[in-house]
Design a protein around this ligand. Structure first.
Ligand code: NAD
Ligand code: UD1
Length: 310
């Protein structure tokens, strides 16, 4: 039996592939390489790579009839909030329809389904930390699609008995996070600019808004730890869990930590706040802690590891 990882050529997906190889699992990666890279996938005879889209129902049907998947980790998505604001139709097709297409294939199997949802579903409630039973307020097409996919995921448990779990990732950072787009994760962009600055390049850091917005930044290895904790845990099925550290930092604090580690940072420029941007985001992680999760890295520890300043 093998494990299907959609989006396995991406940042978070490739770390999951790496960990599952260590556990001697047979893995199939389905990815259209729209934001992922083939080089992200570790070379191993344990991994089969299929280039294709989760929106291709014929391909999904063929995959599910050929392989007997024991689990499906669904990470494929257009992960940029800004892109969803600019192209809501295209991103909806991938971020929501793609999830339903996968669940339709899984319905007649015994596979576990783990869905990569997002803290974005909470929107901008002033109340922090965010708890799973709080009302949601999805403010962007990305967040609406993540919430809808989450509901399809949880309904598949109640309606069809699928062993499904939705994980609300907070802001993930780590190795292989691509900094090349202006929509990339903020830590990957800031670190890229710092490295360029250290090489003597003329560059700057841009902060959208006043820099006081906060995020619960979680190191990718802790996110993988959470995924591997839930997929074989009966108690997790039919549930949604926050995956964060339980503490948050503002962008200004993030820059202070980066300066502390590296010694210097490029000049900082302020630009207008982005549309749909969330002001404060911090996870209450007591629910996932109850089933045994504990993050291994604080923001400073994760950044030091990422920057190889340990
Ligand atoms: P990523 O862009 O590195 O990974 C997404 C992968 O999905 C890429 O490899 C991409 O090529 C692939 N993909 C996109 N559309 C596809 C399609 N139609 N068919 C097949 N593959 C497709 O992004 P990431 O940060 O690794 O995000 C992984 C998942 O985690 C996404 O679902 C994202 O929404 C979610 N998430 C990420 C964060 C974060 O902070 N990075 C936070 C919350 C949730
Ligand atoms: C991120 C994820 C999204 C996930 C969500 C969960 C990415 C690209 N997006 O969205 O998939 O669902 O977390 O919480 O990983 N910023 C700057 N300067 C920059 C870049 C960003 O000031 O150069 C600001 C943004 O305006 C925002 C903050 O940094 O206020 C975080 O931005 P970003 O890393 O894009 O993450 P989210 O929008 O929180």
């Amino acid at each position: 039996m093998s494990i299907l990882i959609t989006g396995g050529a991406g940042f978070i997906g490739s770390h999951l592939v790496e960990e599952l190889i260590k556990r001697d699992e047979e893995i199939v990666v389905l990815d259209d390489l729209s934001s992922g890279k083939i080089e992200n996938i570790p070379e191993s005879d344990k991994v089969i790579f299929i280039e294709g889209s989760i929106t291709d129902r014929k391909l999904l049907r063929e995959l599910f009839s050929f392989y007997n998947f024991s689990s499906v980790f669904h990470l494929a998505a257009v992960p940029s909030v800004v892109k969803s604001v600019e192209n809501p139709v295209e991103t909806h097709h991938v971020n929501c329809d793609g999830t339903i297409y996968l669940l339709e294939e899984i319905k007649s199997t015994d596979a576990v389904f783990v869905f990569a949802s997002s803290a974005a579903v909470y929107g901008d409630y002033l109340k922090n930390p965010k708890k799973e039973d709080m009302p949601v307020n999805p403010l962007t097409p990305y967040a609406v699609d993540k919430y809808a996919s989450e509901r399809y995921t949880l309904n598949s448990y109640t309606l069809y008995g699928t062993k499904s779990v939705a994980l609300r990732f907070f802001n993930v950072y780590g190795e292989r996070q691509d900094p090349s787009s202006p929509y990339s994760g903020v830590i990957s962009i800031f670190i890229d600019r710092i490295k360029r600055f250290m090489k003597g390049e003329k560059t700057e850091i841009i902060i959208y808004g006043d820099g006081k917005q906060t995020r619960d930044f979680i190191y990718v290895k802790d996110v993988v730890k959470a995924m591997l904790l839930v997929y074989k845990n009966e108690k997790a099925y039919g549930n949604v869990f926050n995956v964060g550290t339980g503490s948050s930092a503002s962008l200004l604090e993030l820059l202070e930590i980066l300066k502390d580690i590296t010694g210097k940072i490029p000049p900082v420029k302020f630009a207008p706040e982005r549309k749909g941007d969330i002001k404060h985001s911090c996870a209450d992680i007591s629910k996932i802690e109850e089933i045994g999760f504990r993050p291994d890295y604080s923001l400073k520890e994760g950044l030091k590891k990422l920057l190889k300043y340990e």
